[in-house]
Design a protein around this ligand. Structure first.
Ligand SMILES: Cc1cc2nc3c(=O)[nH]c(=O)nc-3n(C[C@H](O)[C@H](O)[C@H](O)COP(=O)(O)OP(=O)(O)OC[C@H]3O[C@@H](n4cnc5c(N)ncnc54)[C@H](O)[C@@H]3O)c2cc1C
Length: 473
């Protein structure tokens, strides 16, 4: 039997996916959001062009935003047929490995089809698609232009009974009652403070400072320049700790993002931007910058570092309240994980509600259930960051050994498709990093290169193999 009402604080990706899941368990799901949101899909030919614009509450939407395979799986599970619909609407699509040129540590991953679809769209486009689906669900109600102020509780503050909101321009607070309140307000979530005000312990916070900046610009890109790929991603290396991405998007344009850490940020002027692109570990992004027409000026977004709130360690937590998405853990965006993790959390929340019903819902158990869902991307992101010069992180013998293994793995993945596929599955959050240590993979990574089967065809991979054979990697 459905419970009566849930309130979702924040109508972005985490809030939308959660609302979709909650609609199966509650008669009414109210999404509360500060920005004005419509349920129109930007992909609809008659849609208001404003649907394609970046909104205030999600300024990161201006920058490259990829959905990992794990995230697209969630979208497909919650909205069956979504991939087909988006492809039919003209969203650039391809194979996750075969058509995404992924480079790491100065090596270009060998590209072979892995049998999983990847889509390349702008963040506002994806969000408008999700909104069009969620807002149309029976029982879903959306309240826009509303500030979330706090949570309401019973007298003993053991149960959250709703949220306090304030309409724009209004002076009075309004209580929106609910049996479950979900905080999906993103990285700026005030839940730790609300809990402290209610007499609960603030969750411990883990952080990894990177002082990252994204600088992005839209371009008219001839897709032929990408040679059949839909996106090019160049990750940073210890020797050149900056990266960049070219992502084809809907409506025939592309976003190009350049990023660097610890103050080494891409300039905003045209010449500086182009020169910065040239200093990336590989030339693919710079080549496209040079050959394409900019459509706007570069825009910067600063990201201080990954932050994880350890609600899973709490001893007490009010009933009727839970935290998801970036409000729970905000990852360094270089790894493209946030939306996918939010999606998997939404599925887990649904499972918890199926198990115990809203009445029996135990947020502490949920936080512990999603611990591995967060542990793995957190390990990938913070472990990757820690290899970059100047970033804090373990420098012990074990991590040095792991890094040496990974250095070798990246080189082998440039020509060995088994290793490349295994690595791609890990970065797409389909397999845990431990999969890269399986004997079948370790043997290929560690064995002398001459014994690795090779049917190389592309020149980059051939050159890598030669350098490897010559003992220079
Ligand atoms: C530069 C950058 C690039 C990124 N690239 C990727 C990527 O490639 N792939 C990926 O998966 N993830 C990426 N991410 C992360 C991704 O944007 C988030 O993980 C994703 O948006 C899910 O976040 P969320 O829904 O929890 O919060 P948000 O998207 O931050 O949304 C929070 C929502 O709550 C609303 N809100 C907040 N406070 C209030 C309030 N007091 N009252 C009313 N409303 C409020 C906001 O308006 C907003 O709509 C990137 C992040 C950044 C910063």
């Amino acid at each position: 039997m459905k419970m009566s009402r849930a309130v979702v604080l924040g109508g972005s990706v985490a809030g939308l996916l959660t609302a979709r899941v909650l609609s199966e368990h509650f008669e009414r799901v109210v999404i509360v959001e500060r920005d004005e949101l419509s349920g129109e899909w930007a992909g609809d030919p008659v849609a208001d062009p404003r649907e394609r614009e970046v909104r205030r509450g999600v300024p990161q939407g201006r920058h490259a935003h990829g959905l990992l395979a794990a995230g697209l799986n969630v979208v497909e599970e919650l909205f069956p047929g979504a991939t087909e619909e988006l492809v039919a609407a003209g969203v650039p699509s391809g194979d996750v490995l075969g058509n995404i040129r992924f480079c790491t540590n100065g090596f270009r991953l060998r590209q072979v089809p892995i049998g999983m679809t990847a889509l390349s769209f702008s963040r506002p486009y994806l969000e408008s698609y999700l909104r069009s689906k969620v807002f149309a669900l029976p029982g879903v109600e959306v309240r826009c232009g509303v500030d979330i102020i706090g949570v309401d509780t019973d007298v003993a503050a053991t149960r959250v009974t709703g949220a306090f909101v304030q309409e724009r321009g209004a002076t009075r607070l309004e209580a929106v009652p609910a049996e479950l309140v979900v905080d999906a307000t993103g990285r700026g979530s005030r839940a730790p403070r609300w809990l402290a005000d209610l007499g609960y312990e603030r969750p411990r916070e883990e952080q990894l400072h990177v002082d990252l900046a994204y600088v992005s610009r839209h371009y008219a890109v001839d897709p032929a320049l990408l040679d059949g790929d839909i996106a090019i991603i160049i990750g940073p290396s210890a020797a050149a700790p900056r990266g960049g991405a070219v992502m084809l998007q809907e409506a025939g344009r592309a976003v190009i993002t350049l990023y660097g850490i610890l103050g080494d940020h891409a300039p905003l002027d045209d010449a500086g931007y182009r020169a910065y692109a040239r200093r990336l570990p590989l030339p693919y992004v710079a080549d496209i910058v040079e050959a394409s027409i900019p459509l706007d000026d570069p825009v910067k977004f600063r990201f201080p570092g990954s932050v994880r709130h350890r609600y899973d360690e709490a001893r007490r937590f009010p009933k009727g309240f839970v935290v998801v998405g970036d409000a729970l853990c905000s990852f360094n965006p270089m790894y493209g994980q946030g939306m996918s993790v939010a999606g998997v959390e939404a599925l887990r929340l649904g499972e918890a509600l199926t198990r115990g019903g809203a009445e029996g819902f135990d947020a502490l158990r949920f936080f512990r259930d999603v611990r591995p869902v967060i542990d793995i991307p957190w390990q990938i992101a913070t472990g990757g960051d820690a290899t970059l010069p100047g970033v804090d992180g373990p420098r012990d013998a074990r991590s040095r050994m792991v890094n040496r293994y990974l250095d070798r793995l990246y080189a082998v993945a440039a020509y060995d498709e088994v290793v490349s596929k295994a690595f791609s599955r890990v970065t797409n959050l389909l397999d845990p990093p431990a999969a890269l240590l399986r004997p079948a993979i370790a043997a290929r990574v560690l064995s002398p290169v001459r014994r690795t089967r090779w049917n190389g065809s592309d020149r980059g991979a051939n050159a890598t193999r030669n350098r490897h054979q010559a003992g220079r990697i």
